[in-house]
Design a protein around this ligand. Structure first.
Ligand SMILES: Nc1ncnc2c1ncn2[C@@H]1O[C@H](COP(=O)(O)OP(=O)(O)OP(=O)(O)O)[C@@H](O)[C@H]1O
Ligand SMILES: [Mg+2]
Length: 488
């Protein structure tokens, strides 16, 4: 035996004419962490699903401790000792956190009442271990984003697998949260587990892994120590891209007169919890305003209030007219278009159909031009135009959500965490596209981000939202000195 716990060889998966994974091979030893990086749609999640038996390979082999498992059903693979942490959280919403973990502990076919006490104790221990001790009796819908990710991790390690596959654990997490997740994953290594880690947070991956494998179009393009792989020329070109540049404004935004959007004394409650506390904010025509804030600070709540999706107190006005009482549809028709963090795509419709829906209020020629422009901006969407939205990779879905919002020809475009799940090279493209959009159209942008390397270079003005309150506002060049702690 080679000593490798997981050995993958010649792994291949086709979806119709698309080869999502092509002749992929690697091995992971006990106590080793292998990082898997690559652009959106390069086949990373598919590779994990093939190993877990969720998708069937067209060819190739997956060996666990020397045993061929590639044809096994998922539950048997899970029992044999592989756990997968999904890219997207999918909790059972009516069960508590503890019950969600318990379900992952149970045998697949049988609910064994006799073992209930032991199962309970074990589920609690796992919950504690991943840092959910204080929220075990809450329902997943009430949890902050990072805790949902912890729960997903807890479910995957519930049965103490020897191999853990982790798909984008860091997406949407703050730096401090990335650190604590990294510590957890490091503890898997100390226990002798083999770990396969996928994430677009390149620094986070490099700091954690023993080796990195880079994929492109389903194939391996580089493998080795993190430093060497990140220096690799192909990896730089197809994945890392360059740095995001500051886009100096040619025309300063017109700040006199009535602001396009004006918010005063905005408060929102979810039950007893206050999600926004007397927030005030202004966006002028042509401006690019970034709202920087960590998870749970209230960014999404702010945007949902503007879009008319939740009740609030205080005033929101659009071109001097109050928006209160207007339906979300009327607000959108007025030119405020939100690209939500949750994407809200129509999963059973194709990429082209989703985009068509976005452009339905526009004359056909304009729609065509816009579509061409968007396909130019996100070429992968063009090549996937007939594919169902729900089968797109995580990053492709994000691109589609942004593209659909742009199809609607917004006057005010609200982007809620658009960088989530996007490869570095795509961030660079998106950044350039936003700059170009502002040079060529009268668009106004309100951006919510915790990724300040993306949020600052474009912004005319920045607001910092912390614990439901706006605690700072100013120009981006003062941000680092006055408000940067915790973000930079
Ligand atoms: N069921 C399916 N039918 C058709 N195409 C699919 C299906 N599932 C995945 N694909 C395509 O296979 C390619 C690989 O997808 P995969 O989810 O593995 O990418 P990924 O590397 O994880 O990307 P990301 O970083 O964006 O998550 C994508 O282009 C995707 O659109
Ligand atoms: Mg993926």
């Amino acid at each position: 035996m080679s000593g490798a716990l997981l050995e993958v060889a010649g792994l291949t998966k086709r979806f119709g004419g698309l080869v999502a994974v092509k002749n992929l091979g690697f091995s992971i030893a006990r106590g080793e962490i292998l990082g898997l990086i690559g652009p959106n749609g390069s086949g990373k999640s598919t590779a994990m699903k093939l190993i877990m038996g969720i998708e069937r390979a067209n060819a190739g082999s997956v060996r666990l401790a020397g045993r061929e498992i590639v044809t096994w059903p998922t539950h048997r693979i899970a029992r044999a000792g592989i756990g997968l942490v999904f890219q997207h959280s999918r909790p059972l919403h009516r069960q508590t956190v503890l019950e969600n973990i318990k379900l992952a502990l149970l045998p697949d076919s049988l609910f064994q009442l006799a073992a209930e006490h032991a199962v309970d104790a074990k589920a609690r221990a796992i919950g504690e271990r991943v840092g959910l001790g204080a929220v075990l009796d809450r329902r997943p819908t009430t949890l902050p984003f990072a805790d949902l990710r912890r729960m997903e991790l807890a479910k995957a390690i519930a049965r103490d697998p020897d191999v853990v596959l982790v798909d984008e654990p860091f997406a949407g997490l703050t730096m401090a949260e990335v650190e604590s997740f990294s510590a957890l994953i490091r503890s898997f290594r100390e226990e002798g587990k083999a770990v396969l880690l996928v994430d677009h947070n390149v620094k986070g991956v490099a700091a954690l892994v023993d080796r990195v494998l880079a994929m492109y179009l389903g194939e391996r393009i580089a493998e080795g120590k993190a430093d060497a792989v990140m220096q690799d020329e192909t990896v730089r070109r197809v994945y890392l891209g360059g740095t995001i540049e500051t886009h100096a404004r040619t025309i300063a935004a017109e700040k006199s007169g009535i602001p396009l959007l004006k918010i005063e004394g905005l408060s929102v409650f979810y039950g007893k919890a206050q999600a926004l506390d007397r927030a005030a904010l202004e966006v002028h025509e042509g401006e690019f305003v970034s709202v920087v804030g960590l998870n749970g600070a209230g960014k999404t709540t702010l945007f949902n209030a503007i879009s008319g999706l939740i009740p609030y107190s205080g005033a929101i006005s659009w071109q001097g007219t109050a928006l209160a009482g207007k339906t979300p549809a009327a607000i959108a028709r007025g030119g405020i278009v939100q690209c939500p963090e949750t994407r809200e795509l129509f999963g059973d419709m194709s990429v082209a159909e989703n985009l068509d829906l976005g452009g339905q209020h526009q004359p056909a020629p304009e729609r065509r031009t816009r579509l061409d422009w968007l396909y130019d901006l996100f070429p992968i969407l063009k090549s996937r135009s007939k594919q169902l939205a729900r089968t797109l990779s995580g990053g492709e879905q994000q691109m589609l959500a942004i593209a659909r919002a742009l199809m609607m020809n917004p006057r005010l475009l609200i982007l809620d965490e658009p960088t989530l799940g996007l490869a570095p090279v795509i961030l660079e493209q998106l950044s350039k596209a936003l700059a170009r959009l502002r040079e060529t159209t009268p668009i106004t942008v309100l951006l919510g981000e915790q990724n300040v390397t993306f949020a600052l270079p474009h912004a005319d003005r920045v607001y910092v939202l912390e614990h439901a309150r706006i605690i700072w506002q100013g120009p981006p060049d003062r941000f680092a000195i006055e408000a940067g702690a915790g973000y930079l």
